[in-house]
Ligand binder design. Structure first.
Ligand code: BTN
Length: 245
């Protein structure tokens, strides 16, 4: 990972740039990063605020060999990588909220967006987009994010070197991908569960299809879906969507 890194000053979204490179045949691990994004994308059609020089805004080309149903595993793997890198570098105990928001003291510090290009159920490539609020100050947040977002600088009480952080994220991605290739999803799921703030909590999940499920998050299933046990003892798998703790 990171053998080839394309560094941009300003771009619309590094997701688009990485997609273009993937279409041109860029190998797994190719990275695009930008100082600023003018229309950063979040999950579920949301915007991602990406102010100049204050964060890590990057996208990685992945070339998985498994069918589309396994791509949620890659989302979780990416979340584990970013969480470990943040903990290692800052000492701050970030936790993962399913599927892969990284929270510190209940506020979001990082988000991950995994997009896949497919052809007849086959995955041609995936783009893992990682946004980390690194050196934003409180006053850098727009009104609507001021209560829900936080940065590594705010939480660690010091400026964080973005280059070192990027290097550790890529190193973690490489190590975890190797583990995943050799031993499958099981060890990744264990790491995810240990870093997760979702496990054993009571949650309300909104699946993309407009269905709401309430219960206790009891773990991940082998595909990477979150398993929620309702009060009636029924187990339901949630593949996509959002949860409230
Ligand atoms: C989310 O939490 O909703 C996911 C946010 C993902 C943001 C990153 S920043 C780099 C990459 N480029 C984008 O436009 N989005 C992702």
């Amino acid at each position: 990972f990171g053998q080839r890194i394309v560094v941009l000053d300003s771009t619309v979204s590094t997701q688009q740039d990485a997609m273009r490179l993937a279409e041109e045949g860029a190998p797994e691990g190719t990275v695009v990063l930008a100082e600023e994004q003018t229309a950063g994308r979040g999950r579920l059609g949301r915007k991602w605020y990406s102010p100049r020089g204050k964060g890590v805004w990057l996208s990685i080309v992945l070339r998985p060999t498994q069918p589309l149903a396994f791509t949620p595993q890659l989302t979780l793997l990416t979340g584990v990588a970013v969480c470990r890198a943040i903990r290692r570098l800052t000492g701050v105990e970030a936790g993962i909220k399913w599927p892969n928001d990284l929270l510190i003291h209940g506020r979001k510090v990082s988000g991950i967006l995994l997009e896949s290009a497919t052809e007849d159920q086959r995955v041609r490539y995936c783009i893992a987009g990682i946004g980390i609020d690194v050196n934003l100050n409180k006053e850098d947040y727009p009104e609507e994010l001021s209560q829900v977002g936080t940065s590594l600088k705010i939480e660690a009480g010091r400026e964080i070197d973005r280059t070192v952080l990027i290097a550790s994220v890529l190193e973690e991605m490489e190590q975890l991908s190797k583990l995943y290739a050799e031993q499958g999803f099981q060890p990744i799921a264990m790491l995810w569960e240990a870093l997760s703030v979702t496990m054993n909590r009571s949650v309300r999940a909104h699946t993309g299809q407009g269905i709401t499920v309430e219960g206790t998050a009891v773990g991940l299933d082998p595909s990477g879906a979150l398993v929620i046990e309702t009060d009636q003892g029924e187990r339901i798998q949630v593949i996509s969507g959002d949860i409230q703790l």
